[in-house]
Design a protein around this ligand. Structure first.
Ligand SMILES: *[C@@H]1O[C@H](CO)[C@@H](O)[C@H](O)[C@H]1NC(C)=O
Ligand SMILES: *[C@@H]1O[C@H](CO)[C@@H](O)[C@H](O)[C@H]1NC(C)=O
Ligand SMILES: *[C@@H]1O[C@H](CO)[C@@H](O)[C@H](O)[C@H]1NC(C)=O
Ligand SMILES: *[C@@H]1O[C@H](CO)[C@@H](O)[C@H](O)[C@H]1NC(C)=O
Length: 434
């Protein structure tokens, strides 16, 4: 394993040297590299459960033993069950991050807190707030204190009651505003109104738009579809205004959502009008969007935004449905859904490489998908992240630009496509027994 990592690092160094092109870079900040590809971390769905106990029953959320169901909870987490993340697993994840070489920033797409699945131990408001606070503290200690920006989004389990968030201002958004304060983000009145924000990285062309998927997600019974005047509509109108401004300023934009537009089976997860509006915004501003990052489903999937004479459409790629031949799909944007830390599948986290030359700043070049083989972890009683795959090597891509993914889509369409087999295996983080 070590040899592979060293080889990989060596290749990266060679690659970095080849790509070296520092002209008169207009943005000066000491930590922002120019020319040399830089890295960022995408981590999602940590779901820490302080009540998790090994050798209890998944039927009781891995909290208690059962007399009539198997007590199969394992020390590092129990794959393929509704159980959340044991402390040691979350802890080992941050230890792993501590050992990684510097990333430029961190994208955290939410869900710090456990699910509310145990009827005998329902979450309290205080527990939800504490859970949010604890994870923010970890990010602050590991990254923010070292000058590395951490950009979060609100998860559907980070709110109390889970899945339900009314339009702001609300006491919860106010509390979260204070919990997120140590992250030093650009939380303005829009955050108190709806939990969404724009954050420009100083002296850099990069901007983050952190959306609040709670106002689009079709299970949030406290808001409706995005008809005029609703909070979802208001948020998307705000987004459009920001995108117009960002385009005028020639900035590059990374978009964060917790809940992606599709679930793991490829079904639409947003209210119909919200979905339609959102797809249209992504399509229209695809030329300034460097990436769209979400979590929630625990699965490793992509979705395409395509353009045709009928406008923009979205097309999720999931293992249930092998792409059929259709050479007309003109991909303008790719949405990346990263797998979770929670051991629903094998736990995973992802490090992206991006270009920093003035002409292509922010273009995604590759990602390294890390995972923990949970069977192996329990076999040897050691929880170790290793590389599951890298996008370029696994799929033969030259970069993560839409045209490269479109080539891959053509490959998926072939009979007996090897690339498709890999995609299906990686969707569940190489978890094959579950
Ligand atoms: C990990 O666990 C140790 C010992 O229990 C604790 O001191 C430390 O704060 C934990 N770290 C994190 C990131 O949880
Ligand atoms: C902060 O957010 C506001 C409102 O979205 C936006 O107008 C402004 O440009 C942002 N500033 C920075 C530095 O991100
Ligand atoms: C799709 O097209 C390829 C050739 O490009 C062909 O080999 C394959 O059989 C076609 N598949 C279907 C389902 O039509
Ligand atoms: C995970 O580990 C088990 C036990 O060592 C092994 O049988 C399995 O092939 C591994 N899975 C992957 C995807 O490497």
């Amino acid at each position: 394993m070590r040899t592979i990592i060293m080889l990989y690092v060596a290749l990266l160094i060679i690659f970095a040297t080849l790509d070296f092109s520092v002209h008169s870079f207009p943005f000066s900040q000491t930590r922002l590299t120019t020319g040399i590809p830089a890295k960022f971390l995408h981590i999602t769905d940590i779901h820490i459960d302080p009540y998790y106990r090994p050798y209890t029953s998944p039927a009781f959320s891995c909290h208690r033993r059962s007399l009539n169901s198997p007590n199969t909870a394992l020390p590092y987490g129990t794959v393929g069950t509704p159980c959340d993340t044991p402390f040691i697993t979350a802890n080992a994840t941050f230890n792993f991050l501590h050992e990684q070489s510097l990333v430029q920033f961190v994208v955290y797409t939410g869900d710090s807190v456990r699910h509310d699945r145990d009827k005998l131990m329902e979450r309290t408001k205080a527990e939800v707030e504490e859970g949010n606070k604890m994870v923010v503290q970890w990010f602050v200690d590991e990254f923010v204190k070292n000058g590395i920006a951490v950009i979060p989004t609100i998860g559907n389990n980070d709110v109390y009651e889970h899945d339900f968030l009314p339009p702001g201002p609300t006491p919860f958004l106010n509390t979260l505003f204070h919990i997120w304060k140590p992250l030093n983000l650009n939380l303005t009145s829009s955050f108190l109104r709806g939990g969404y924000f724009r954050h420009d990285i100083p002296d850099s062309p990069l901007t983050f738009i952190s959306m609040n998927s709670m106002y689009l997600y079709n299970v949030n019974g406290l808001v409706g579809d995005c008809t005029e005047g609703t909070i979802g509509w208001e948020m998307l109108r705000w987004m459009t205004g920001e995108m117009r401004d960002l385009k005028g300023k020639e900035r590059r934009v990374a978009i964060l959502q917790h809940v992606p537009p599709f679930d793991a089976k490829g079904r639409i997860a947003y209210f119909p009008k919200c979905y339609e509006m959102y797809v249209d915004i992504l399509g229209r501003y695809s030329d300034i969007i460097i990436g769209h990052f979400a979590g929630h489903t625990n699965d490793d999937t992509i979705a395409f935004v395509t353009e045709s004479s009928e406008g923009y459409k979205m097309y999720p790629v999931v293992k249930e449905e092998k792409p059929a031949n259709n050479s007309n799909k003109n991909v303008v944007l790719v949405l990346n859904n990263a797998p979770s830390v929670i051991p629903a599948n094998n736990p995973g986290l992802r490090i992206y490489h991006y270009a920093t030359s003035p002409h292509n700043y922010g273009h995604l070049l590759d990602y390294v998908q890390y995972y923990v083989n949970m069977t192996q972890a329990h076999l040897v009683d050691s929880f170790e992240y290793e590389i599951e795959y890298t996008a370029r090597d696994a799929y033969g891509l030259e970069s993560l630009e839409p045209k490269e993914w479109m080539k891959l889509l053509r490959e998926f369409e072939q009979d007996d496509s090897e690339a498709w087999k890999k995609y299906c295996l990686y969707q569940t983080v190489s978890e094959t027994d579950g």
